[in-house]
Design a protein around this ligand. Structure first.
Ligand code: FPP
Length: 253
């Protein structure tokens, strides 16, 4: 028997790419070797998602908390980010991918900020997959920023405080205009959200893989998609409601 649900793909996939350090350690290599190997997985997964027709892919590259890592590792991650932007932007553009960098970019070196602006500008009019790289990003930071912007607009008389609702908050987050996260993936065996997509993952299906990020490839992604397709997403409704139409259940349409 075929199940139509098994063809379902997520519109928005968000990934915490964890396990680079452990991958390197297991090979007796320095941590940066793991981050470099992680870039290969990024390429593989971006291509696979674009090929599949995924609308949005959000990757957690550097969290607000990652500044606490040893200085040389932070420096290496910045350099890697620069290199990836330099090397990959043209290919992303050719593939019709729109690149967006989300997070507090003002903390980055000027050169990196400029490269981010240039990469975004080059791909701004592409209408294929949106690739979001979360860099110096934190879910709480995003919500706090949105709150600050809303408060400023209320103070300026542009917004009515009494009319502010979930939609207002969503419109002021850095993910504004994009669908909510459907599938949240974390590699590396840990089962935590780590201050990533807090607002946007309200109804996301969570998928945890024991694979370390450099070992996660298009095939592993396919397994995650198959798992996702078999999930029953109820959005607060009952299984029976999902089987029948909303009208049958006396619910508003
Ligand atoms: C977590 O592994 C990974 C990171 C903090 C960095 C992720 C960066 C990349 C995959 C390369 C750059 C990517 C882009 C998109 C520019 P970890 O170091 O916490 O691993 P561990 O838990 O094994 O120590």
């Amino acid at each position: 028997m075929t199940d139509a649900r098994l063809d379902r793909l997520p519109r928005h996939v968000a990934i915490i790419m964890d396990g680079n350090g452990r991958w390197a350690k297991r090979r007796g290599q320095p941590r940066h070797a793991g981050h470099r190997a992680g870039v290969e997985s990024v390429r593989d997964v971006v291509e696979a998602c674009a090929d599949k027709g995924i609308e949005v892919l959000t990757l957690f590259a550097f969290s607000s908390e990652n500044w606490r890592r040893p200085k040389p590792e932070v420096k290496l991650l910045m350099e890697l980010f620069m290199l990836v932007l330099k090397r990959e932007t043209r290919r992303l553009d050719t593939d019709n991918v729109r690149l967006r960098i989300i997070g507090d970019r003002l903390a980055f070196p000027d050169k990196l900020q400029k490269r981010i602006r240039d990469a975004e500008a080059l791909t701004a009019t592409n209408d294929g997959m949106v690739l979001q790289i979360a860099a110096n990003y934190g879910g709480r930071w995003d919500i706090a920023e949105a709150t600050r912007r809303i408060a400023a607009r209320v103070a300026a008389g542009e917004l009515d405080a009494a009319a502010c609702n979930e939609q207002t908050v969503a419109e002021h987050l850095s993910f504004a205009g994009l669908p909510d996260v459907d599938l949240f993936i974390r590699t590396g065996g840990e089962q935590r959200l780590s201050n990533f997509v807090l607002w946007q993952a309200a109804y996301a299906e969570l998928y945890f893989s024991d694979l370390l990020w450099p070992d996660f490839d298009a095939r592993a992604l396919e397994t995650a998609f198959t798992d996702f397709a078999a999930r029953e997403r109820r959005f607060g409704k009952t299984t029976e409601q999902l089987k029948g139409s909303d009208e049958d259940q006396g619910l508003p349409g």
